[in-house]
Design a protein around this ligand. Structure first.
Ligand code: NAI
Ligand code: MG
Length: 354
């Protein structure tokens, strides 16, 4: 089997962690003998943007379309406004390739602990299914009377039946495949009375088709409290683009650090490539120091391999990651003192010996 992977390191620590991910992928390829990987790197970055005025060259998306998967680091620079960098690089890929589900598994890896002492490792084992193509990040709206005291900015959230239903269906399939078969819907349908009322309605329509899945429903504000105080009552969670974004950062922090959490931007129909990335950003505060936690990227690579049908390699990698965290090879953000390369090399050895 052969897989073609487009790798986009981006900016800051994205560049560093993706370099380590390539080492891990090469090692897995060498050890497996059943698959071959072709990794092409696209150095599209904020530096490019500052020079040329664009992140993705004119034919860039057409080029990406031919790949089986995209591995992404992070984008963002202190020299470019964040809404320009996000809309310049990552959002066009998500939208063009109809990656309408953002899947974020969260659990406390062996050797790690939640920063909240009352949370035991086994209390926290969640999957967040975030709608990834519309909602509050639809990019609709505009600004009038700009630079006057009367400025009005409209940020229009767009919710469609098709967009909501396909994400909710994916969430039910996910919940149904897990032992607890439990799905929590997060909205804010008391205050947001159009789009989120539609979410509630469609959720219960689809629920009727999944009698084996237990459901409940939370308002997003109360959900933050439940995640912190009663994490063991949750399993699979489905939420809008904005709510899912915020809740998954909280979830990652509760599980140890934002540096360990992976995400998959999925095109479930497989018409287009899906994209795999750690949930963290470019972290300009630690960029270039070699201390970034590579685990979120490695976990994303494991998810990518599974999506590509390389179940065995994905599981081998995940076991390797867990061995490494368990044996204390940890970066500073999760309470250790190892640097990024030391963690990577511990993983390479672990894979070699497993
Ligand atoms: P961030 O995730 O880059 O950093 C937040 C904090 O967590 C920082 O203190 C950072 O040092 C730490 N951190 C993040 N990842 C880490 C890792 N792997 N190991 C150790 N520590 C880690 O978020 P922030 O600071 O809000 O954004 C920085 C830039 O990244 C901005 O330009 C933002 O727009 C961009 N960003 C890009 C994302 C993407 O490419 N998908 C996602 C989030 C932010
Ligand atoms: Mg985020």
């Amino acid at each position: 089997r052969e897989h073609w992977i487009a790798s986009i390191p981006g900016d800051g620590i994205g560049i560093e962690v993706i370099e380590q991910a390539h080492r891990v992928l090469k090692q897995l390829e060498k050890l497996s003998k059943t698959f071959k990987l072709h990794i092409d790197t696209f150095n599209w970055s904020s530096n490019d943007y500052l020079k040329t005025g664009e992140y993705i060259p004119a034919d860039g998306l057409k080029t990406l379309k031919k790949y089986d998967a995209i591995l992404f680091g992070a984008v963002g620079s202190p020299d470019v406004p964040d809404h320009i960098s996000l809309w310049g690089l990552i959002l066009p890929i998500r939208k063009m390739f109809n990656q309408y589900v953002n899947l974020r598994p969260i659990r406390v890896l062996p050797g790690l602990s939640s920063p909240l002492k009352h949370i035991d490792a086994q209390d926290l084992d969640w999957v967040i299914v975030r709608e990834n193509s519309e909602g509050e990040y639809a990019g609709q709206g505009g600004t009038t009377h700009d630079d006057t005291p009367y400025t009005i900015a409209n940020e229009v959230a767009v919710f469609t039946r098709q967009g909501i239903e396909r994400t909710i269906r994916f969430a039910f399939d996910t919940a149904s495949s897990r032992p607890r078969k439990h799905l929590t819907l997060v909205t804010k349908s008391n205050a947001q009375r159009h789009g989120l009322v539609l979410w509630d309605k469609i959720f219960y329509e689809v629920a009727a088709e999944y009698p084996d899945v237990k459901t409940d429903k939370m308002l997003v504000d109360a959900m933050t409290v439940r995640m912190v105080l009663k994490p063991s009552t949750l399993d699979t969670i489905v939420a809008t683009n904005l709510h899912g974004d915020i809740l998954s950062d909280l979830a990652a922090a509760l599980s140890g650090s934002i540096g360990v959490a992976p995400s998959s931007n999925l095109n479930p129909t497989r018409e287009f490539p899906s994209m795999f990335e750690p949930i963290h950003g470019s972290a300009p505060d630690i960029a270039g120091l070699g201390v970034a936690n590579p685990v979120g990227t490695f976990w994303s690579v494991a998810e990518m391999l599974k999506w590509l049908g390389e179940q065995e390699a994905g599981e081998k990698l995940m076991k390797g990651i867990e061995k490494v965290t368990e044996s204390g090879f940890k970066t500073k953000d999760i309470g250790g003192n190892a640097d990024m390369v030391t963690v990577t090399e511990a993983l390479l050895r672990e894979l070699e010996n497993s």
